[in-house]
Design a protein around this ligand. Structure first.
Ligand code: N01
Length: 544
């Protein structure tokens, strides 16, 4: 049974993923009363929802884990280099037990609205269980990829078989054995799911609109030696990771792909390919800024695809040509391309002839009727803004967040947005977020928010709000930095391109985790430059 929420708290936290969990822990330590609302039945966020076959993190587990608690990081052991979803979810539950987090969490409860009362300096937060909670702070730990999206093909309700979305996979698992299965989409989720589904299904048809670059993960069982190498100086390694570009220690080479001979370039790319994972993109320092350098790396991967996939026509379809490598989220896989050598797997190109409709028995594309028992939508998310703008958030003067962000998200540091005092975002648009190791960025944001709230408390101040001019400058800066790279040239979800009608704006901050942290720390040390801080309402009235 989900307990009734308290009617008044210091802070409402929305979401019980890694962001919401750590936020609750920090604010409790500060002595604040909190309630966390979570629409799922348990903690874990992304790792609670994304239970599709093959789901696994593509950042190494020794790095994709909380760093704030030395006992926790020393005592927890990962079984593989890249943990699978079930293990990461066990870890999230372990942390929730260890810190006794669930007593302040209300599950199966979705926040539907939050309204700021400028006269009282308080938020009124409403849920779909009719809770009405008054709070001084409202913290959106809602995740960047939490609103799953299905295309609206005609006949969506006609299909009589089973349909699934990778981001809302049934908790009991799905038995696809012996079935004719369709997967729509070839992003990170599909690239992980397809090899596993292919092994179970009688036949698998993959509908691909855009091929993606993918690097083998080279996942393996964790060895004691490797674990010890990390744990013997964990705090130092974590500190070093915090100052990198991506929040991941991955030995970046600090020279251009154009500064070496053809042979050396190939050898370096081959070494990165063999060691596996996203560190491939750290082979040279200009892969996402110089088109020629990028072309070398992209062609290298295309050649690998051609060498792995036996049918030349299928290989050519799988070899991405329309965007620079890395400008859509680089994928990491286990046997993805080799899966297309199986007799029971077929690739269908829908780039020029889109899926026309779902039918009672399957789907229609290019005038052909395909019959399936199950259709898997691996079609992604309304990323970064979708979850926030679906909540009826009303700031000062009743302005809604959805209206304010109509032409694209506007934030100061990805932490706050002007007109919405005491509303914080964890890894919001305008922060490194999805371009980084999410746990590193979550910890940085939670720490910053906690220290900011402590600062207000220590000075008997009540309210903090981003200043519009500072926000305008930050939005400008986020754009300037993005347009120095090749990223905006791709039709990616970073640009909102996967959602019809979504403004084309590069949403995350690409300036780097380390530099961004320094900026946030400097702004806090200067007394929160670019923010307006105000005293409690009674004092403010008395001073007038
Ligand atoms: O979603 P996506 P995802 N007809 O948006 C296609 C993180 N993640 O769930 O590219 C046909 O990347 C769409 O085609 P196109 C990671 O950050 C992390 O896979 O728009 N196809 C695309 O191929 C990742 O980037 C991990 O042309 C349609 C696919 O669906 C993010 O989540 C694992 C279509 C959607 O790909 C999202 O990944 C998994 C249509 N109408 C995910 N509509 C790890 O850490 C959409 N598509 C490992």
């Amino acid at each position: 049974m989900t307990q009734q929420a308290p009617s008044s708290v210091d802070a409402v936290i929305v979401g019980a993923g890694f962001g919401g969990m750590y936020m609750l822990h920090r604010l409790r330590k500060l002595g604040l009363s909190c309630v966390v609302f979570e629409s799922g039945t348990g903690v874990g966020g992304t790792w609670y929802w994304n239970r599709y076959p093959g789901a696994r993190c593509d950042v190494e587990s020794m790095q994709y884990s909380y760093a704030f608690d030395e006992d926790l990081q020393q005592s927890w052991s990962w079984s593989e280099l890249f943990a699978g979803q079930p293990e990461i979810l066990r870890y999230a539950n372990h942390v929730a037990d260890r810190l006794d987090l669930r007593r302040d969490m209300r599950f199966e409860t979705r926040v539907t609205g939050a309204e700021f009362d400028a006269a009282a300096h308080r938020w009124t937060v409403r849920t779909d269980r009719s809770d009405v909670v008054s709070a001084r702070f409202c913290i959106m730990a809602t995740g960047c990829l939490s609103t799953a999206r299905k295309p609206d093909f005609p006949g969506m309700d006609l299909f009589k078989g089973q349909t699934y979305h990778t981001g809302h996979w049934p908790h009991g698992g799905v038995d696809l054995s012996g079935l004719r299965v369709a997967v729509i989409g070839t992003g990170s989720s599909a690239i992980q799911a397809i090899p596993v589904i292919a092994k179970a299904a009688k036949h698998l048809t993959v509908f691909q609109r855009t091929p993606n670059f993918s690097i083998p993960s080279r996942n393996a069982a964790m060895t004691q030696e490797y674990e010890h190498r990390w744990k013997s100086n964990y705090p130092e390694q974590r500190a070093a990771a915090r100052m990198t570009q991506s929040g991941i220690l991955r030995n970046p080479n600090d020279f251009s792909a154009l500064s070496v001979s053809d042979e050396e370039r190939l050898a370096i790319l081959e070494t990165r390919w063999q060691s596996g994972g996203t560190s491939f993109m750290a082979a040279f320092n200009d892969l996402v800024t110089n088109q020629t350098s990028n072309d070398y790396a992209a062609e290298f991967v295309r050649d690998k695809i051609r060498s792995m996939v036996k049918d030349p026509a299928t290989a050519e379809l799988l070899a991405p040509k329309g965007h620079p490598i890395g400008t859509k989220r680089i994928c990491v896989d286990t046997d993805y391309f080799l899966t297309y050598n199986r007799d029971n797997v077929k690739l269908v190109d829908v780039s020029k002839k889109p899926i026309e409709a779902l039918t009672e028995t399957g789907l229609r594309q290019a005038g052909i009727d395909y019959a399936f028992d199950a259709i898997v939508f691996a079609t992604g998310f309304d990323a970064m803004t979708g979850t926030l703008t679906r909540i009826d958030i009303r700031g000062r003067d009743g302005e809604t967040l959805a209206a304010k962000w109509e032409a694209g998200p506007r934030t100061y540091l990805g932490l706050m947005t002007a007109g919405f005092p005491n509303l914080f975002m964890i890894t919001g648009p305008g922060s490194p977020s999805v371009l980084s190791n999410m746990i590193v960025s979550i910890e940085q944001h939670v720490d910053w928010v906690t220290e900011c709230i402590a600062y207000l408390g220590a000075r008997q101040q009540d309210c903090i709000e981003a200043n519009r001019a500072a926000e305008d400058n930050w939005v400008l800066h986020v754009n300037e930095v993005a347009y120095k790279t090749l990223y905006p040239s791709a039709n990616s979800w970073y640009m909102g391109a996967n959602i019809p009608g979504k403004p084309r704006v590069f949403m995350p901050y690409i300036g780097g985790v380390g530099k961004y942290r320094e900026t946030c720390d400097r702004i806090a040390a200067e007394g929160y430059t670019g923010f307006e801080i105000s005293p409690p309402v009674r004092e403010a009235v008395a001073a007038e």
